[in-house]
Design a protein around this ligand. Sequence first.
Ligand SMILES: C[S@@+](CC[C@H](N)C(=O)[O-])C[C@H]1O[C@@H](n2cnc3c(N)ncnc32)[C@H](O)[C@@H]1O
Ligand SMILES: [Zn+2]
Length: 378
Amino acid sequence: MKLKLYKEGKVFFFASQGELNSSAPVFYNPKMKQNRDFTILVGAWLRKEKKKGINYLEPLSASGVRGLRFAKEIEASKVIISDKKKTAYQVMQTNIKINELESKVTPFNLKAITLMEILKEMMFWFDLVDIDPFGSPIYFVEAASAILKRRGVLAVTATDLATLQGVKPETCFRRYGVMPYRTDYSKELGLRVLISSVILRVSPSEIFLEPILSFAGKHYYRIFFQEVKGFNYKRWGYNLYCKSCLWRGTTSIEESHYHKCPNCGGNIKVIGPLWLGPLVSCNLIEKLKEMLRNFRYIEDRENQKLLSLLSQECSAPPFYFDLHSFSSRIRVSPPNIEETMLRVKELGYSAYRTHFSSTAIKSNIGAKDLTELLRRRN
Ligand SMILES: C[S@@+](CC[C@H](N)C(=O)[O-])C[C@H]1O[C@@H](n2cnc3c(N)ncnc32)[C@H](O)[C@@H]1O
Ligand SMILES: [Zn+2]
């Protein structure tokens, strides 16, 4: 087994070198640093809110880097890390020692569900449970949500983006219970499919979750859910999409009466049921921006940029317009983003940039008015 010593955040640790697949004895992907940085930011926010030490569980932890960072970087935290692979378990034991974290971090060599069920039997509750598997987190979310404290946070990472974004619709339906569709805003649709599926997977156990922070990274989706008191039906519905004229709309879950596109009369695709509520809490994003200033060593351009974009789009309506793909579909040349946003605002609509794509905007403008606006320019 070829191991390398790495440094990330405030910890040093051993992990496999250059093997970025599930057969790596001790998996580590440096490109997921931003994903882990956000665990730290949310952990620091939770710690501040709760005003006492917090418990963190990462049941699929490989080298343990995420949990070790949590223990080192978040004051007064207790951490459990575990991996079903013996090699990973052995290396995480070494990694705990070299960071002198024996009093804060406990490692296990168990399957994730087994561990979470044991912890539940022992009535051990967590402020934050972080699920970071290969591919889909959906299999783990029931067991993970059952050991959350009240107002606790469940974080998930998914890397099966092709499935969630509708490239493999049948797999998506089988795995997530929603039949997706290829739209010109599939990155957002995929994220909403995952959010919806996680919420509906745990709600039969009377555990209610809502997203407080979610985003699309380069190769993954990341969602932080918080446990809430009840199920908010008003934030659910269907996405309606006309592939002929790119019209899009939404309906509530009770009234999905659309059959024809109100714009061109074409057939409408009904996609859902979907979470149509906010993808992030504006309030939380402002707090994380403040928090980032206390964590100078992760205050890099990438993290600043993501938080700034999430803050701009936090109250925007669902489903962005990618101006490049939209203009190519209506056969006009791609417009300048800033200029288009100004013109959209001049018509009385909102316009925001979005982290989903550097060529996209979020707006309450309809596809018809946007088409006219872009055609007038040409
Ligand atoms: C993507 S890696 C985790 C990376 C780690 N979270 C990080 O930030 O570096 C997924 C890990 O889950 C482990 N794993 C896969 N299925 C598991 C299961 N059912 N129970 C526990 N561990 C599992 C794999 O051995 C692998 O080490
Ligand atoms: Zn239409």
